[in-house]
Design a protein around this ligand. Structure first.
Ligand code: 7SA
Ligand code: CA
Length: 520
């Protein structure tokens, strides 16, 4: 075999491996994205065509700091439906064809709007709905009787049915897969798509999404809407007894796309402020934080201006909304802002400041976050590439360690406080011990000291130790190279009842030692 053809064969094999090899990372853009949901449930019924509204607002959207905008489904949808309590149709989720003349505006207006947004520095993510389409479309793109519809081959459907499944497509069918693959490439080539939001991903396989993204482009942003509670999985499916986090991480590992953080949404809806730490974006493992797309509400869960107030399937109670934005914009994950909160209902003054603080600290989707659970409410420290944010929500954090001056942002009578600090070094773990402690029944052993983690010398918020193998200790995560002064204390149930270790303070440099020992 001549040299050149041997080389060509070798090159062809390398190319085949490169294109079919699984995408190693997660497609979360550049890791510092801030997403705007660029529509609400009634946008397709807006008196002014929605694409014109977006084009006029494009410069503001860019100046407000958004890097991505989640556009509504671009495909024409002539459906209409009503129930005793709601009505709708035409929003793009029951589409007829890939025609881009929709209730949001014309094909031409769509192209002009994307151009205006790109000129404002905002990349466009299209909402796509491959699970189903209107089965009422007379000239359907997919012929019947050839296993392309779930109705023709139930077991061919890779996932759940939308409603009764009459409109479900079989996405694993080669003709169906190719049609969507070519349309996604068309959206990239001719409509400026630089990311995709996959609708109703419970309806098809995550691996199919990965194959579509390999063709669309691996470097772009993709997010899956996997809104399915663990108890909605069959009893014999491991996910039935898993956490929301585990279910979402599994989908992301198989699709290599980010996921809307319904684990955080569920905690915001049902948990206390302190329990907001159990979102995907608060996970100790950066690989879990990197896949999270955090949000407060969207066009399904929240209220929308206009008819029926939108859908509001799972709306966050109003008193929590500002704190929820303060949390998602100062913590890891890729934060999403819902259009009406920003541009209809005057939360923009707060949100604009939060975005500015996030950007100045260089918070990334996978940035480290530490929760100071000794305080009430929620207190956390997020370490960005260019600085650190300390956030306190409805907290009794009053006594501040040195260096933590006045908050960079205080809102809602101090329910929201955010400090912006100089860059903080990587965090290190230190084992803290208090020896010769013999607390009486009901008394606790703690370490009070100079940093937030040690309660800033406040016994009520000091670091609680536990007894293990006959020794009182606690492991605490701290920024490296911090000079920490501290003492062991025994605290009774009565607030004033505190017994301090006598003598000089204990002290250590975090990162220089693994153990810090104090003794009574
Ligand atoms: O209840 C809220 C939560 O409470 C919490 O306490 C719970 C949560 O688990 C719990 O812990 O969340 C539950 O409820 C959610 C909302 O229903 C569920 C979630 O899984 C469940 O856990 O979320 C599901 O519904 C969302 C709306 C979907 C989620 O992916 C899905 O998981 N969101 C996306 C999907 C679609 C559909 O593409 C969009 O739906 C959303 O905007 C998008 O974000 O001939 C065909 C045909 C027949 O098959 C039907 O039988 C017939 O009825 C046509 C007719 N279908 C019509 C529908 O009945 C009608 O509702 C269809 C043509 O139009 C409407 O469908 C709308 C849909 O209502 C609307 O939300 C659809 C198409 O226009 O567009 C939107
Ligand atoms: Ca399906």
């Amino acid at each position: 075999m001549k040299g050149t053809s041997l080389f060509r064969l070798f090159f062809a094999i390398c190319l085949a491996i490169a294109t079919t090899s699984a995408w190693a990372g997660v497609r979360n853009g550049n890791g510092e994205e801030i997403l705007l949901q660029g529509f609400h449930w009634n946008s397709s019924r807006n008196p002014v065509p929605w694409y014109s509204v977006l084009a006029q607002q494009a410069a503001t959207i860019g100046n407000d700091g958004f890097t991505l905008i989640w556009m509504p489904p671009p495909w024409t949808d002539s459906s209409q439906w009503n129930t005793p309590t709601a009505a709708g149709g035409g929003e793009g989720y029951f589409w007829n064809s890939f025609d881009k003349n929709s209730r949001y505006g014309s094909d031409q207006q769509l192209k002009q709007t994307v151009l205006a947004l790109n000129n404002a520095g905002v990349k466009v993510v299209f909402d796509v709905v491959p699970n189903h389409m209107s089965d009422k479309a007379v000239y359907s793109m997919f012929p019947r009787g050839t296993n392309e519809w779930r109705q023709d081959c139930m077991q061919c459907d890779e996932g759940d049915a939308f409603m009764d499944g009459a409109a479900d497509l079989n996405t694993a069918n080669p003709a169906v897969f190719e049609a969507f693959k070519n349309e996604f490439i068309n959206l990239r080539e001719n409509y400026g798509a630089q990311g995709l939001r996959f609708d109703f991903v419970r309806g098809y396989a995550p691996e199919t999404v990965d194959r579509w993204m390999n063709a669309f482009s691996n470097q772009q942003f993709c997010v899956g809407e996997n809104w399915k509670a663990p108890n909605e999985y069959p009893q014999d499916d491991w996910r039935h007894n898993a956490s929301w986090q585990d279910v979402l991480k599994d989908w992301s590992d198989r699709s290599h796309c980010t996921v809307f953080d319904f684990a955080l949404k569920e905690r915001m809806q049902n948990g206390s402020l302190a329990e907001w730490r159990h979102g995907l974006n608060g996970n100790p493992d950066p690989a879990w934080r990197a896949i999270s797309v955090t949000f407060v509400d969207n066009h399904d869960t929240g209220y929308s201006p206009g008819a029926y107030g939108g859908q509001h399937h799972w709306a966050l109670p109003d008193p929590l909304i500002n704190m929820a934005y303060a949390y998602i914009l100062s913590s890891p994950g890729t934060p999403t802002v819902y259009w009406p909160h920003m541009y209809d209902w005057q939360r923009d003054r707060l949100i604009r400041q939060l975005i500015r603080l996030r950007k100045s600290a260089g918070i990334r989707a996978d940035s480290p976050i530490r929760f100071n659970t000794a305080y009430s409410g929620l207190v956390a420290t997020t370490s960005g590439a260019r600085g650190t944010l300390v956030i306190a929500l409805k907290s009794d954090l009053q006594q501040l360690p040195q260096g933590l001056g006045t908050p960079a942002l205080s809102w809602d009578n101090g329910d929201i406080r955010i400090w912006s600090n100089p860059v903080e070094l990587a965090t290190v773990a230190v084992n803290v011990h208090c020896d010769n402690a013999n607390p009486q029944p009901g008394e606790r052993v703690l370490a009070a000291g100079s940093s937030l983690e040690f309660g800033a010398w406040d016994p009520q918020h000091a670091l609680a130790l536990t007894l293990a193998n006959g020794r009182w200790n606690a492991t605490v995560n701290l920024p490296a190279q911090q000079h920490i002064e501290w003492k062991c204390i025994v605290r009774g149930q009565v607030p004033g009842a505190v017994y301090w270790q006598t003598g000089a303070n204990n002290s250590f440099i975090s990162g220089a030692v693994n153990d810090a020992v104090g003794r009574f």
